[in-house]
Design a binder for this molecule. Structure first.
Ligand code: F6P
Length: 356
């Protein structure tokens, strides 16, 4: 059996654990397995650059972050444009698959990756995918590996900020990853005891945020911690078209969302404000135990699908069980936080301000 394997999009913790799960399960059950590890995501499949792996390549990687295969972003909207060498990307990928005589492609990735994986499946290649992303925004799975590890790191960042914020009586803004969805900010914000949580799904009103800070001051709590996602948007900004908003942001010259809202808060409250942006630290380091288990289980399930010749699926978690879902139900859709969800209601019940 010849398997092609690749990791695509932004890396995250437990990618290696997931590949190990697939490989160990295949080597265990199938006599003759050859795994072609494509280098740097779809780029490796396009350029036919791979490493022929053996079982030892998957040893000792369970605890290691990043991806042993390397990764890259191959934007789906440019998938039909020729690459830098003038090659038709889709044709080149199909060609590599056929030339190597592959039986199946195992693709680990997030949203963009799944659009391309679904396209390749529709083009006739056998594909099985695994859900990776710290953003947790893949439709069809309750959770993706990488998410919990990132939540732990982001929570630890907020924990560290707590002691310094309290000592200096300042307002601290911690900006967490998530351009389109706020899962990571929501979970780390609650776990870290943030007073204000702002996410892209709930446009904020600066007045409400200022009110929350002033209330804390009146209650003799001399510091406030805000957890904000990269992609937050104010109610006012919602009135702009995408193009207009781009122009407005350009003129403001703020490096990111946290600085933008920080300036507003400083102006309106007179409080000292500090911004912390942990950035890619959230995607780095060793996967947490939860992600190691999750990725291993998803890996074993992917191997089962390959052995049973069940293609065109993403392995997933549904109601705490490892399951599968058709790729066309996943590709091109985004799992966002429902502003009416129980977790938001419960957080609000505890007095957390969402700026709405
Ligand atoms: O998709 C994962 C993610 O970490 C997002 O949360 C973040 O906005 C983005 O990737 C950062 O992308 P890059 O690593 O390309 O800067």
């Amino acid at each position: 059996m010849r398997i092609g394997m690749l990791t695509s999009g932004g890396d995250c913790q437990a990618l290696n654990a997931a590949m190990r799960g697939v490989a160990k399960s295949l080597y265990n059950k199938v006599d003759d397995v050859q795994i072609y590890g494509f280098l740097d995501g779809y780029r490796g499949l396009i350029n036919n650059t791979y490493k022929l792996m053996d079982i030892n390549d998957f040893s000792g990687i369970l605890t290691i972050g990043g991806t042993i295969l390397g990764t890259s972003r191959t934007p789906f909207k440019k998938i039909n444009e020729p690459d830098e060498n003038g090659k038709d990307k889709v044709e080149a990928m199909k060609h590599t698959y056929k030339e190597l005589g592959l039986d199946c492609l195992v693709i680990l990735g997030g949203n963009g990756t799944h659009k391309t994986a679904n396209l390749l499946y529709k083009e006739g290649l056998n594909v099985v995918t695994l859900p990776k992303t710290i953003d947790n925004d893949l439709v069809g799975t309750d959770v993706s590996f990488g998410f919990q590890s990132a939540v732990d790191i982001a929570t630890n960042t907020i924990d560290c900020i707590h002691t310094t914020a309290a000592s200096h009586s300042r307002v601290f803004i911690v900006e967490l990853m998530g351009h389109k969805t706020g899962w990571l900010t929501l979970h780390a914000g609650i776990a870290g005891g943030s007073d204000v949580i702002l996410i892209p799904e709930i446009p904020y009103d600066l007045d409400k945020v200022v009110e929350a800070i002033n209330k804390r001051i009146n209650d003799k709590k001399h510091f406030t911690i805000l957890a904000v996602a990269e992609g937050i948007i104010s109610k006012e900004e919602m009135l702009y078209s995408k193009k207009e908003l781009k122009e407005v942001r350009k003129k403001e010259h703020y490096p990111s969302a946290a600085y933008r809202i920080g300036a507003g808060i400083m102006d309106r409250t007179g409080q000292e404000v500090r911004v912390t942006v942990p950035g890619h630290v959230q995607r780095g380091g060793s996967p947490c135990a939860y992600d190691r288990v999750l990725a291993s289980r998803l890996g074993a399930k992917a191997a089962e699908l390959i052995i049973n010749k069940e293609y065109g699926y993403m392995v997933c978690v549904r109601n705490n069980q490892i399951d599968k879902i058709e790729l066309n139900k996943v590709a091109g859709r985004l799992k966002t936080v429902d502003p009416q969800a129980g977790i938001i209601t419960e957080a609000k019940a505890m007095g957390i301000c969402f700026g709405d």
